[in-house]
Design a protein around this ligand. Sequence first.
Ligand code: C2O
Ligand code: CU
Length: 475
Amino acid sequence: MSGAFSLSTSRRGFLLAGAGLAFTPWLQSWPARAGEAGASGDIRITVAPGRTRLVGPDRPETEVWAYNNTVPGPVVRLRQGEPARLVVENRLDEDTTVHWHGIRLPNAMDGVPGLTQPPIKPGETFVYEFTPPDAGTFWYHPHANSLQQLGRGLAGALIVEERTPIAVDRDLLWLLSDWRFTSKAQIAAGFGNAMEAAMAGRIGNVVTLNGAVPNEEPVRAGERVRLRLVNAALARIMALRFEGHRPAVVAIDGQPCAPHEPEGGRILLGPAMRIDIVLDMQGEPGQRYSVTDDFYDGHSYVLTNLIYGNETRLRRQPLDRALDLPRNPLPQPDLAVAERHELTLEGGMMGGMRRDMGGMMGGGPAWSINGMSMTGDGHAGMEPALTFRHGRSVVLKLRNDTAWWHPMHFHGHSFLVLDRNGMSVPHRQWQDTVLMAPRDTVEVAFVADNPGDWMLHCHVMDHQMTGMMTVLRVA
Ligand code: C2O
Ligand code: CU
């Protein structure tokens, strides 16, 4: 890992192994404060069953599993380059862990049961300690019994604040969750249905925004809003359109990109992805504008509406300030000397089934990566598909040899998306989750600078559980 960790954690000896890589100017001005972890206050997170009203005041409460009794969990706010201490207590009656999705942290803090830590048993507490090197929009969720635990409500946003944020009037978060509810607003049974697992996964019937069925988002004409979008769904891909508005994408998966308008005006958000946009509220006072999700053909719906108040316009012209977020200290891969590898995704219904996936319909693996099917959530003794020497630049070619979409997530690193189907990808997109369409080939590059065994898996939870997962080792 780059110098960010080693400057400010007590695990100095271990982390200095990663020093000598890119040092960015802000790090130089950042004082070393070894041993301060926790001094500024622990963040306590309790995982427990609970009840909450997700679908509206006149409907029944839903039985959920929750972080600190709220759905989604509390927004965890950390500061870039400052040590954090998160104390997680498990009051479920099954094991859990927390994965801090997208944070480049020490392997032992990554939350993969068996692989990076023992699971947190019922009644136990685990302390996560790390120093986030990157500012941006991240999230956290369990990595144990993932399909059910995430599907029953365990997810929350993690915002690492920039030292100098961009100028906006408001900074908003929309954490989007997808639920399959019964008519009594309870979470439907049937997690792990083998047929679904071999297709698009468990797509639900109700989408919530910050834990409520959305309807109206009050805005003011002329204001500039930063909107952090988080797709915390198990399987639902979203493509958001802001009627009458021109959003600018300023960060993807927490990493700043060149500000740009999304292709075709649609913000494509696969499960686990985050996109930060800047919206200038150029609509008319007193008017309403819909925000729609039209990802699935014939199933578009209005997610919510921007409701303009009647106040006078805050300003005539859009705020004349730059949209560029400060860059994070990511190590630049050297493409000239990078080692190159291919990972091929196979399996699922209708095509790409080269191997006999042995009893797919009987609950066996439905998917594979390079012919191997690691199932479940992570466990001890997983052999890595690839091993990289610490500090090497790596180009991975991911081939989707299936008929389905897959948001592929790599732990412990962010990667630069180089090209898709042979076309180079503009805007300097660093991501930790790349959404692949059926038959897509995507090339990504990164520096293997973070030692340990790291999961790479599809974030459609049913796909992960049924084999679309592998381990990459940095040694
Ligand atoms: Cu967000 Cu391995 O997951
Ligand atoms: Cu998948």
